[in-house]
Design a protein around this ligand. Structure first.
Ligand SMILES: *Cc1c(COP(=O)(O)O)cnc(C)c1O
Length: 378
């Protein structure tokens, strides 16, 4: 059997172990240290725009702390893109708050401004003004930044920008992660760069970053003994993980280019197959890292062609592909919560497939992918 081709696997640049060894040599084997500070500085420089970055144990932790910084409390409502990974929404429940899910639009597959505003008006009318908006850059394609910002400003509801999939993406030249009142990054093993597991919170001020780090290190008050006036969390990043991250930052832009090459490979591969559309940014204002390349397949029952039969054809060749995220409002854990929109997210889920997208795919592996597609559609 051929080796498995993964959707997205870790891809080391070369210097990761150097930074990890430094941590051992200097005995900084702890959830703080020079690599943690170094990674934060690397990210601040990369994101620009006055970003202040706190390195955390995961992107999920960053969303949790982000909601706390935005003042979300038990009983509050939080608007959240339905078409996303569950980690965008779970922290709402950690806080005892209530998610209100919003549909996507067809251009960026992200938060639909029309449904968002409809939801806000409706929630305000029943006396539940939402506390925050969670907007996601799905698969590295930026959401409609200006339209979402205009709504956020109009109703004075802050945006938590879930940029877990979009490090390296930008809109009109500004890096994703810097648009929201709070930004979130993830360095999980399958993301565009990895720390083996980790994340970061992006804030607009040094004070807010320090507040996030305070919560992430058990909310210790300034006293010689252990003194606590607020709930604390153990969410800081390990200095070993941060070492991997520093090595990864050196190759981030190169890996973004390689992912974009994969998307271009699929554009070429499917160009003559009318029933398949490769997910592509709507205009040159958008720059995507194409963390995952994704396609929509129009089903053809006569020919036995649909999302699932193509997925099985890849599986038979030991190639991983996956349906898009299943929308949150259709998940058993979330289906009791309100939902605004029509069926765009649902259609995307039914027709969409993510394809192998790693920055480390070889020419041989591309040939194997090509063969499955040719055989399937011939
Ligand atoms: C990966 C991901 C997260 C969570 O990040 P972790 O580091 O795995 O906790 C959150 N939101 C989205 C959209 C993601 O893809």
């Amino acid at each position: 059997m051929n080796q498995k081709i993964w959707l997205s696997s870790p891809h080391m640049g070369g210097n990761e172990q150097k930074f990890v060894n430094e941590a051992f040599d200097t005995n900084w084997v702890a959830p703080l240290g020079p690599n943690v500070n170094g990674l934060e500085q690397d990210l601040e420089k990369y994101l620009g725009n006055g970003a202040h970055v706190g390195a955390l144990s995961s992107g999920t932790a960053a969303i949790h702390l982000g909601l706390i910084l935005l003042g979300v409390q038990a009983g509050d409502e939080v608007l959240c893109q339905s078409m996303t990974f569950s980690a965008s929404a779970n922290p709402i429940l950690y806080l005892g708050a209530k998610p209100v899910f919003i549909d996507s639009e067809m251009e960026t597959w992200n938060l639909c401004p029309v449904s968002l505003e409809e939801a806000i008006k409706d929630r305000i009318a029943i006396g539940n003004k939402p506390k925050a908006i969670i907007a996601v850059h799905l698969y590295g394609v930026p959401y409609q930044v200006e339209a979402i910002k205009a709504i956020s400003d109009k109703y004075n509801i802050p945006v938590l920008e879930d940029s877990a999939e979009a490090l390296g993406s930008s809109y009109k030249g500004q890096k994703c992660g810097t648009f929201g009142d709070i930004g979130v990054l993830s360095f999980n093993g399958n993301k565009i760069i990895t720390t083996s597991g980790g994340g970061a919170i992006v804030t607009k001020s040094k004070e807010l970053k320090e507040r996030a780090v305070f919560f992430a290190t058990q909310s210790r008050d300034n006293a010689p003994h252990y003194q606590h006036s607020e709930i604390g969390y153990n969410y800081r990043m390990s200095n070993i993980s941060a070492g991997i991250g520093r090595g990864q930052m050196e190759v981030l832009d190169a890996h973004v280019q390689l992912r974009r090459d994969m998307q271009a490979f699929y554009l070429d591969l499917f160009q003559d197959i009318a029933t398949v559309n490769v997910f592509t940014v709507p205009s040159t204002d958008y720059f995507a890292n194409y963390w995952l390349s994704a396609i929509l397949i129009e089903p053809n029952t006569a020919k036995g062609i649909d999302r699932e039969t193509l997925r099985l054809a890849f599986e038979a060749a030991n190639i991983e592909s996956r349906p898009l995220w299943k929308p949150m409002h259709l998940q058993p854990i979330f289906e009791q919560y309100p939902y605004y929109g029509s069926n765009v997210a649902e259609i995307l889920f039914e027709k969409g497939l993510c394809l192998p997208s790693g920055s480390n795919l070889s020419d041989e592996e591309r040939v194997r992918i090509k063969k499955v597609v040719f055989d399937f559609f011939k």
